[in-house]
Design a protein around this ligand. Structure first.
Ligand code: CTP
Length: 390
């Protein structure tokens, strides 16, 4: 679990979106985190303190307690690995900007000595008001990390930006606030998913790659501070990771074109997609009818994208390939590493394709090897990137 052993403090301010903090707390716990929460007096008007206490398993701090030391805001500020304010109201943003400590949450914030994650939620006009915009700008300059709001229909019925970001995106930015930034200044290209090779408008040849590993790698490249992450994705059911630029493709040919277009501007290329090695030789614009004789689909080779990059790449570009093998994993992977001129290959058994878990081995050009212990795909993606880019 990606947040195992992480302590996360969720600060809840008053907003119609306050109830979404309950989902955030559960989500972070499911990812392995220990969560405590603090609420502003106004947040308590929107969501019950008892609900938050029951979810976290801790007393909800919203004030200094009689008979205590009066230093609880300092102790609380030293406790977490990450402090997120979600939802963050316009009022709290204004208080943070001027360093006001008129409640327990803003006092903890002022005493906190690491970057605070802020997920705002408010009416569009309130968000776009120059006062709020200036507060956000200044807080960003001071190192606060913002999770951009979403666009949609707001609780007031108006439409626009200002909706609280999705829980998964807030989680990504929390991770970003915790991890070191070995990919700072790097542009990373990642390919994901199984390509589809159509032979009529609705029928195609493909494979059972879910795309999960590629998407997890894109998310973790952002978390580790990449300047830009380009995810070139074959069709999947997955949502776009936060902070990532996603380009949708269908076939191996489409993927080849997009990868080649971006190749000159990237520092790191990770080919995780399951590219179909073959495509149908012909394509029928009309749906093929049930014929008396079964249709024969003749195949021809697709371009080997990884091999082409290996031939074209400059010596500053790092090229990482994946090898899913059913037998002789190590020998086959090393052979691919050499044949395709890779810097690193990640080898695993074929059964990781549709599985939630990943395990395998990282092999470097100099034959150094690192075992990847079995873990969920997000944890594995983070493990791979942290070990390759130490
Ligand atoms: N790959 C690619 N283009 C292809 C086929 C594969 O870029 N047409 C990339 C994959 O994204 C992966 C690596 O090559 O990073 C290895 O893919 P794999 O299917 O294991 O290897 P193949 O080269 O197809 O070799 P084989 O089928 O003989 O195992």
């Amino acid at each position: 679990m990606i947040l195992k052993d992480k302590k996360i403090l969720v600060g809840i301010t008053g907003s119609i979106a306050s109830y979404k903090a309950c989902d955030l707390i559960r989500h972070l716990q499911k990812k392995g985190a220990e969560v405590k929460a603090i609420m502003t007096p106004s947040a308590k008007q929107f969501v019950g303190e008892l609900t938050i206490k029951a979810l976290t398993g801790y007393e909800v701090l919203s004030d200094w307690k009689d008979g205590e030391t009066g230093l609880e805001h300092i102790y609380m500020a030293r406790w977490p690995d990450s402090f997120v304010i979600a939802p963050a109201s316009a009022n709290t943003l204004a208080k943070l900007r001027i360093g006001l400590t008129d409640n327990f949450l803003t006092s903890v914030a002022l005493a906190y000595d690491k970057p605070i994650v802020i997920a705002p939620a408010m009416n569009t006009k309130m968000l776009q008001n120059p006062a709020t915009q200036e507060n956000i700008k200044i807080l960003k300059e001071r190192g606060y990390i913002f999770v951009e709001t979403k666009e949609g229909i707001l609780a007031c019925g108006e439409e626009g930006v200002g909706k609280l970001a999705d829980i998964e995106d807030i989680e990504t930015v929390i991770l970003y606030s915790i991890e070191d930034k070995p990919l700072k200044d790097k542009t990373v290209l990642i390919s994901a998913g199984g390509t589809r090779e159509y032979f009529d408008p609705i029928r195609y040849i493909s494979n059972n790659s879910s795309g999960q590993m590629g998407y997890a790698l894109a998310k973790m490249a952002y978390v580790l501070g990449a300047k830009k992450v380009i995810l070139i994705s074959a069709p999947t059911c997955l949502r776009k990771p936060y902070g990532v630029e996603k380009i949708d493709v269908v076939s191996a040919e489409d993927m080849y074109k997009e990868v080649m277009k971006y190749l000159p501007e990237v520092d790191i290329i990770i080919m995780n997609s399951a590219v179909a090695d073959f495509k149908p030789k012909t394509y029928s614009k009309q749906k093929l009818k049930k014929a008396k004789e079964k249709p024969i689909v003749e195949l021809e080779s697709n371009p080997d994208i990884l091999k082409t990059i290996g031939e074209k790449k400059s010596k500053n570009q790092v090229l990482i390939g994946f090898a899913a093998e059913s037998e002789n994993i190590l020998e086959n992977a090393i052979d691919k590493l050499q044949r395709k001129n890779l810097d690193v290959i990640v080898a695993n058994k074929l059964n990781v394709f549709s599985s939630r878990e990943h395990t395998g081995i990282i092999i470097f050009k100099n034959r150094e090897k690192i075992e990847i212990p079995p873990m969920d795909k997000e944890s594995s993606a983070l493990f791979i990137l942290k070990n390759v880019f130490k």
